[in-house]
Design a protein around this ligand. Structure first.
Ligand SMILES: *[C@@H]1O[C@H](CO)[C@@H](O)[C@H](O)[C@H]1NC(C)=O
Ligand SMILES: *[C@@H]1O[C@H](CO)[C@@H](O)[C@H](O)[C@H]1NC(C)=O
Ligand SMILES: *[C@@H]1O[C@H](CO)[C@@H](O)[C@H](O)[C@H]1NC(C)=O
Ligand SMILES: *[C@@H]1O[C@H](CO)[C@@H](O)[C@H](O)[C@H]1NC(C)=O
Ligand SMILES: *[C@@H]1O[C@H](CO)[C@@H](O)[C@H](O)[C@H]1NC(C)=O
Ligand SMILES: *[C@@H]1O[C@H](CO)[C@@H](O)[C@H](O)[C@H]1NC(C)=O
Ligand SMILES: *[C@@H]1O[C@H](CO)[C@@H](O)[C@H](O)[C@H]1NC(C)=O
Length: 277
């Protein structure tokens, strides 16, 4: 029944998709966002004769999905798309004052750039349409999450610096600069976490000695830049890192031999009598 009504509503509103210009609102991944909607009508609203459908059109999709439905004053989530299960709330006690706002919880990356809108229909006591609107409160949602401060590591064997940053959304702009301006990095690697949908990015750039390099991560939705600066050492640094590695190997060898020696000395006294016999 609910689905049938839904289909009828869609047929009615096919003509009306002109109101798509809407300013986006920004929500944080995993948090809630309020899609505000209030009817500015002087006619009294009788919830028992009110039908509302919050609907979404996902990014790059023509098809619409039911987000939350109220039919003759009763919430009816049969036609609700599974992805919105347990994630939506309307304020039934405020319907009579024309507050049709929707709280969308636990934002996901799939919600990014989805456009939400409301169909509403109000009847009088004789089932005559008092008023209706097929696409009101059109709202586009952008989902974002801050990146972690980038970490820059220097590899002196290959004279490369690597910048990594994790756990953000959407895809960031990564830039490398030194004291003279922009550097030309390799194509950054971006991986997406299967569970949360957040992204990890890493980028490497060729370096020379005595440079001060900065890796900056810009989140285009949050308009947030995080950067980390590192100075590369001179030739000695490269050399000394090899030397350090060398010393490390040497130290392990020395300590290892020492331990063998101590062990041997300790047990030698136990072995000698056997051999003497
Ligand atoms: C109702 O009025 C408010 C404030 O003037 C406005 O922001 C909102 O868009 C209006 N609602 C509709 C459905 O036009
Ligand atoms: C929605 O909540 C109910 C009750 O808490 C739970 O049984 C159900 O598994 C939830 N569904 C989803 C898709 O999270
Ligand atoms: C609608 O109700 C919600 C929940 O009480 C509230 O947060 C919101 O401000 C109300 N919106 C308007 C326009 O009154
Ligand atoms: C970095 O240096 C290597 C050789 O050491 C070179 O093959 C590569 O093209 C350089 N990358 C860039 C982005 O200039
Ligand atoms: C992203 O980075 C975090 C922190 O290092 C790590 O736990 C996670 O596995 C990474 N995700 C992917 C998809 O590599
Ligand atoms: C790095 O971030 C600081 C603020 O934390 C800012 O003042 C500075 O301009 C940024 N540098 C670059 C190269 O983006
Ligand atoms: C890098 O700095 C070191 C120490 O200040 C200096 O000895 C060396 O000549 C510098 N190398 C270049 C290429 O400027």
């Amino acid at each position: 029944m609910a689905r049938l009504i839904w289909i009828c509503i869609r047929l009615l509103s096919v003509v009306d998709s002109s109101q798509m210009s809407s300013h986006p609102i920004i929500g944080i991944l995993g948090k809630s966002i309020m899609l505000t909607c209030s009817l500015n009508s002087s006619a009294p609203i009788v919830p028992a004769r009110l039908t509302l459908y919050w609907t979404a059109r996902l990014k790059h999709q023509k098809e619409e999905q039911v987000v939350h439905a109220l039919y003759n004053g009763e919430e009816n989530n049969d036609p609700q798309f599974p992805v919105y299960k347990n994630r939506t709330q309307i304020f039934k006690d405020q319907l009579s004052s024309g507050n049709f706002s929707l709280l969308l919880k636990d934002l996901r990356v799939e919600d990014d750039l989805a456009t939400f809108f409301l169909f509403y229909h109000q009847e009088d006591g004789d089932y005559n349409t008092l008023n209706q609107n097929k696409e009101m409160c059109v709202t586009t949602v952008k989902v974002a999450k801050s990146y972690h401060k980038p970490i820059v590591t220097v590899n002196y064997e290959e004279w490369k610096a690597e910048c990594t940053s994790q756990g953000g959304y959407p895809k960031p702009r990564l830039t490398w600069t030194n004291q003279n301006g922009l550097l030309d990095p390799e194509v950054p690697q971006i991986v997406q976490d299967a569970g949360s949908g957040t992204l990890n990015i890493s980028s490497t750039v060729n370096i020379t000695e005595n440079q001060t390099v900065t890796c900056a991560i810009f989140n285009p939705t949050l308009k947030e830049t995080l950067n980390t600066t590192r100075s590369t050492g001179g030739e000695q640094e490269g050399l000394s890192s090899s030397i350090k590695a060398g010393i490390g190997v040497l130290a392990v060898a020395v300590i290892g031999s020492a331990l063998v020696l101590v062990y041997w000395k300790k047990h030698a006294t136990e072995w000698w009598p056997i051999h003497r016999r």
